[in-house]
Ligand binder design. Structure first.
Ligand code: ADP
Ligand code: MG
Length: 706
């Protein structure tokens, strides 16, 4: 019997089919152990009985052909480029292949070898031909289904060579592989057995074989990931002592009474969930999701005020300086005039809730003052960037932490803030996303958190009419709409094209765009400029002027993405919209439609990239952030959404958060089932062993400590 850990401890050179030079080449592909080798899964499968035969190929169409190499020859062309010609035969007909500038093909394609080629069928001098097709050498695999491996041209390894090595590894080491998943769960969820699955994935006899095999192995990848997340969640609940926030709720009541609107039902529900978390003995660890404009900031502020009322401090961390500054301004405006009962500085009686700001731009002197105030407990809410994580930031009594992010902070950074609590108590943490993320992604990136969803928008909003303005006429209509809205007393935003480069480069380009528009499309209007390089006071002045209606149009970089809140703004023009991500466009668009007036958003330019047009069209078609998030995941794949920060995501070789949504949910359910039955998996030692391979030693101890 052997485990995955055993396979990981055997080097590939122990296989007789792996020579020293083969071992080097495999290493170049990142394959060093038998485990690496048997988890190097086929890229696709070719079914011999289901292939186009050469004599049936249709000229002008693309086709996959499985055939044997009959003849290979190389000759130079006039331009002294090597030309390799190959004849393939499949028992029914001949196909001629021509490769230009790929001299190594002559070595790759040996006579007698079996290959799978993919390309467009041409006819040249009466022969069927493909020029520079994609080729996988599959060797002389027997069986109906041929597995095609990702081969590495760089390392000079063909699919059939990898197949040979895999074959030996399976036979020698994998037949007795143990299955750590309880049989009862396996049967209930119709998951195949592990050793069988490994063979079925590499050497399937039928299509059903590899489907079942891959499903099981993909499930295992997701289960390992979920087990770590669920164990992390449960370990925190078990080990960390939280603050039992007690507050009579007067401060929050006064704050809410002072608001010009009632809370939505969703906000009230979210606040009750958070209040219960805060009052409880375990530290809160909760994700707050909601569409743009659903009122997340308010919920987060209430969480912080509950902490503040109980005599604790709160921190809000944002991913950029601009966002941090905007949050500070927002929060300061919301709590303006809100008085604390004078319990801490009793002599002075009452004072207002105070909001501080700490970023890398904070001057040394201001920082010093801030640190003193923090230690004295006279700063109630500290807003900032990564700067908050610094060791020198020392709170008197940190009780509530809010992290506003778009997957930009990792688990480690959350942990640093949680360590800033006083007296060994862990502060309560609320994580907010700027726009919704897909459910499967949330389960994975934030799988160690509880989740609250704000699924309701404040009343009185009118959906934004979004159009994709392609071509001069439609763009002219967009600018026409801007002028018409300004004439009607409303305001507009223009978002500058996204440029790569430093903040300085971005600012320069925005400045140029501001000038161009002021002299062109927006001539005669009062046009302001906002970008991240302006001094804080200039930024405030521009925003204030815009808020007061002294500016008609604000030309801005993505700094308007979050926090800007002017209900009189009814049009947004986003230039070169195809270069922005979908979530970002949706977030930007959320800056209009904040009042009762009808609003517009114009996306300018062609959608760049392969799926640019589909992304823009999706925004036109839907104003639902949750729906857009799913489409975004479908279009872009998980890599871009998850980033590489999340441990274990790079181990997802077969599983996809996008294509296997049900399996993701299943893995999560099973993870809870296993952990809640047995928190440290002591009755599933093999499973526990596999997880130990995945996590850092430090976390290992924490997770498995009962
Ligand atoms: P999010 O952060 O979720 O995108 P915000 O917190 O910025 O949304 O809220 C958007 C706007 O809606 C803000 O102007 C906020 O003051 C306002 N708002 C929040 N809650 C309500 C409510 N219950 N009724 C009306 N307006 C609200
Ligand atoms: Mg608590």
């Amino acid at each position: 019997m052997s485990s995955l850990g055993d396979l990981a401890s055997i080097g590939v050179e122990s296989l007789s089919s792996v020579s020293a030079s083969r071992a080097d080449r495999l290493a170049e592909m990142g394959i060093e152990t038998v485990l690496d080798l048997v988890t190097h899964y086929p890229r696709r499968y070719v079914d011999r009985t289901n292939q186009a035969s050469i004599d049936g190929l249709v000229e002008g169409q693309e086709a996959t052909v499985l055939a044997t190499v009959r003849r290979v020859s190389t000759r130079p062309t006039r331009g002294r480029r090597a030309m390799v010609e190959v004849d393939l035969f499949d028992g029914r007909g001949y196909l001629h292949l021509v490769f230009f500038n790929q001299p190594w093909r002559a070595k790759q394609l040996r006579e007698g070898a079996e290959v799978v080629v993919w390309g467009r069928v041409e006819r040249y001098r009466g022969r069927r031909q493909m020029t520079n097709p994609l080729v996988d050498s599959v060797g002389d695999q027997t069986g109906r289904i041929v597995a095609v491996y990702p081969q590495s041209e760089k390392a000079g390894l063909a699919s059939w060579q990898i197949a040979d090595n895999v074959e030996e590894a399976l036979g020698r080491y994998c037949a007795g592989l143990t299955d750590p998943l309880p049989a009862a769960i396996r049967e209930r969820e119709r998951l195949a057995e592990r050793a069988w699955s490994l063979r079925a994935t590499h050497r399937p006899e039928t299509e059903a074989d590899y489907h079942a095999g891959r499903r099981r192995l993909g499930f295992d990848e997701l289960l390992r990931l979920q087990l770590v997340l669920v164990m992390r969640k449960r370990a925190t609940e078990r080990h960390a002592r939280g603050i039992r926030h007690s507050s009579a709720g007067h401060l929050v009541d006064r704050f809410l009474t002072g608001l010009p609107f009632p809370l939505t039902t969703a906000q009230r529900r979210a606040i009750e969930e958070i209040r219960a978390d805060l009052a409880g003995p375990c530290p809160m660890h909760r994700l707050l999701q909601g569409d743009v404009g659903s009122g997340k900031t308010l919920v987060a502020l209430v969480a912080m005020l509950i902490g503040v009322e109980g005599g604790h401090q709160a921190a809000l961390m944002a991913p950029t300086e601009v966002l941090a500054e905007q949050h500070r301004a927002n929060l300061a405006a919301l709590v303006a005039g809100l008085e604390l009962d004078g319990r801490r500085d009793g002599l002075l009686g009452r004072r207002e809730v105070s909001v501080g700001l700490l970023t890398n731009r904070t001057t040394a002197a201001a920082r010093k003052r801030l640190q003193a105030a923090l230690a004295a407990g006279t700063v109630d809410i500290l807003v900032g960037t990564h700067a908050l994580l610094s060791e020198t930031v020392d709170f008197a009594d940190l009780g509530v932490v809010v992290i506003d992010e778009q997957h930009r902070f990792g688990v480690e950074q959350r942990a640093v803030l949680r360590d800033k609590g006083a007296g060994g108590l862990v502060p309560d943490v609320l994580v907010m996303t700027a726009t919704p993320i897909p459910r499967t992604a949330a389960m994975t990136v934030f799988g160690d958190l509880d989740t609250t969803v704000l699924d309701e928008m404040p009343p009185g909003r009118t959906p934004v009419t979004t159009s994709w303005a392609r071509g001069e006429l439609e763009e002219a209509a967009a600018w026409e709409r801007v002028r018409a809205e300004v004439a009607a007393g409303h305001q507009a935003y223009v978002v500058c094209p996204l440029v790569e480069g430093s903040e300085k480069v971005v600012a320069r380009s925005a400045t140029a765009e501001h000038q161009r528009l002021s002299e062109g499309e927006l001539a005669g209007l009062r046009v302001g400029l906002l970008h991240g390089q302006l001094a804080a006071s200039e930024k405030d002045a521009v925003m204030e002027a815009y808020r007061l209606g002294q500016l008609d149009v604000l030309v801005a970089t993505t700094v308007v993405e979050v926090g800007v809140d002017v209900a009189n703004a009814t049009v947004m023009v986003i230039e070169d919209a195809g270069r922005f991500g979908m979530a970002q466009l949706h977030q930007l668009r959320g800056r209009v439609g904040r009042g009762a007036e009808r609003s517009w958003c114009f996306l300018l330019g062609e959608g760049s990239g392969e799926d640019g047009p589909r992304r823009l069209q999706a925004l036109v078609d839907s104003s639902d952030g949750f729906e857009l998030a799913e489409i975004d995941l479908d279009l872009r794949g998980e890599g871009t959404i998850l980033g590489t920060r999340q441990k274990g995501v790079s181990d997802l070789k077969l599983a996809s958060l996008r294509r296997h949504k049900k399996t993701v949910a299943l893995a999560r359910r099973v993870a809870f089932e296993l952990v809640d039955e047995d928190a440290t998996l002591s009755s599933h030692p093999e499973l526990a062993e596999e997880l130990r391979l995945l996590v850092d030693p430090e976390e290992r101890e924490y997770l498995f400590k009962s």
